[in-house]
Design a protein around this ligand. Structure first.
Ligand SMILES: Cc1cc2nc3c(=O)[nH]c(=O)nc-3n(C[C@H](O)[C@H](O)[C@H](O)COP(=O)(O)OP(=O)(O)OC[C@H]3O[C@@H](n4cnc5c(N)ncnc54)[C@H](O)[C@@H]3O)c2cc1C
Length: 410
């Protein structure tokens, strides 16, 4: 540790992928950060507890590039060269393919790999002090400073606390921030698979009334076996059964869902189950507090945007804080926090609302709903400006982009 963390510029609670990225982007601009998490360092980036693979969209990738992490991530990432959306296996798919002069739609990276590389970069950074494992015994957001006492007796202080403590955010609750939330009648079954035919860098999003079925491309393994990540949404009551049925029966179900377009399939890992919900905060800030990532919002993984939304928070908050610091403002100043809240609230709400609408539209049963969906898919496919807009959204390139998402430091 290169500084006295009793007096940092910012304290971050939560060393998930969002909290760690936030620490790195702030440190890249010369700010000193203390970061707290309750987990043991050895358990932090763990494929046993998080077997997911995330689609990092191209704007988020630009940020990793700007803070010097993209080079290390690159060998582990699989390009998404095409996204194919379909109403089940019915004819009339919608495909998103970037032009020859554009980069990929996004890059698939295993959460455990991304988390590990972020953690190693944080450990190596003299401007970041890690407090792990530690719990917050008391947190006092005073008029001029935030003062935290950890359960090991250590005392930390900074002008601002950033809560990156995930869905169940304690800091959000303590600040009394109002939140809309509900549970979907869905669970996601997540696992990795091998398959006979190559995926051709295609991400498949197949929509069934029981829920979306996504097959997302991964790099081949050392033996040249083709691999993909599966995110299979089933009704909540069926989740535990799908996670437990024997492998042969599960693979047979997968084959049925895909109609065999990837050839024979095998399960590569255990199946993990995630109950799915939605939450959205009225505000992302309170006195000397800013929420980022899942602490502020949580969406259905139907479009693979949850982590990307959190990374947008990180980029916007960094820009607000770095510019505030340059003009000599107190980093917990209402002016800075109000700018961050305005910047992120609309975008978060738009993405959250459209993801929720998509989840509901594609979940409607019956032939009439299916016809309407296919008509919509056909329209987007045939109207180039509409299709271009959807592609830009998927790549994270719409709206008022913070500098980091354009690949530049602030
Ligand atoms: C099935 C599934 C698939 C998904 N796929 C994608 C995808 O393809 N693309 C995408 O963009 N997003 C995806 N997401 C969403 C994405 O995974 C989340 O948005 C993201 O992981 C949230 O990260 P976070 O750091 O905000 O929160 P978390 O990962 O929850 O991290 C919170 C951290 O805070 C710590 N913490 C919490 N409370 C305390 C406390 N009181 N004291 C100390 N520490 C504390 C925890 O230990 C943890 O380390 C998916 C989600 C699901 C469920």
């Amino acid at each position: 540790m290169g500084f006295d963390s009793r007096n940092s510029d910012i304290i971050i609670l939560g060393a998930g992928m969002i909290g760690l990225t936030q620490a790195l982007t702030l440190a890249a601009h010369g700010l000193r950060v203390s970061i707290i998490d309750r987990v043991e360092p050895a358990n932090l980036p763990n494929p046993q507890t998080d077997g997911r693979v995330s689609a990092i969209n191209s704007a988020s990738w630009n940020m990793f590039d700007a803070i010097g992490l993209a080079g290390q991530l690159r060998p582990h990432g699989c390009d998404i060269g095409k996204i194919l959306v379909n109403d089940g296996l019915k004819p009339g798919a919608l495909d998103f393919v970037p032009g020859d002069d554009e980069g990929p739609m996004g890059i698939m990276v295993e959460n455990a790999v991304l988390h590990r590389l972020l953690f190693q970069a944080v450990q190596a950074n003299p401007d970041i002090a890690l407090h792990l494992p530690a719990q917050v015994a008391s947190c006092d957001r005073k008029e001029h400073r935030v003062e935290i006492t950890l359960d090991n007796g250590e005392q930390l202080s900074a002008p601002l606390l950033v809560a990156a403590d995930g869905r169940g955010s304690r800091m959000r609750e303590e600040a009394g921030i109002i939140m809309a939330h509900w549970q979907y009648d869905h669970s996601a079954i997540v696992c990795k698979i091998t398959h006979e035919k190559p995926h051709g860098n295609t991400a498949y999003e197949l929509f069934f009334p029981s829920g979306p079925f996504a097959i997302l491309p991964m790099l081949d393994d050392e033996d040249g076996k083709h691999r993909s990540a599966l995110v299979w949404t089933v009704s909540r009551k069926d989740g535990p059964a799908y996670a437990k049925i024997n492998k042969r029966a599960f693979v047979a179900e997968m084959m049925k869902k895909t109609g065999g377009f990837l050839g024979d399939m095998e399960l590569l890992t255990d199946r993990q189950t995630y109950p799915l919900g939605f939450h959205h905060c009225s505000h992302l800030t309170a006195d000397r507090l800013a929420l980022i990532g899942d602490a502020g919002h949580g969406i259905h993984p139907i479009a693979g945007q949850g982590l990307n939304l959190g990374l947008r928070d990180v980029a916007a908050l960094t820009e607000c804080l770095v510019e505030g610091a340059r003009t000599g403002l107190d980093l917990g100043e209402t002016q800075i926090l109000a700018r961050y809240d305005r910047w992120r609230s609309l975008d978060n709400m738009m993405v959250s609302a459209s993801t929720d609408l998509l989840t509901r539209l594609f979940g409607l049963p019956g032939e009439t709903s299916s016809k309407i969906r296919r008509m919509g898919i056909g329209l987007v496919q045939r109207i180039p400006p509409l299709k271009a807009q959807f592609m830009a959204e998927a790549k994270g390139e719409t709206g008022d982009l913070p500098k980091l998402l354009r690949g530049e430091l602030v």
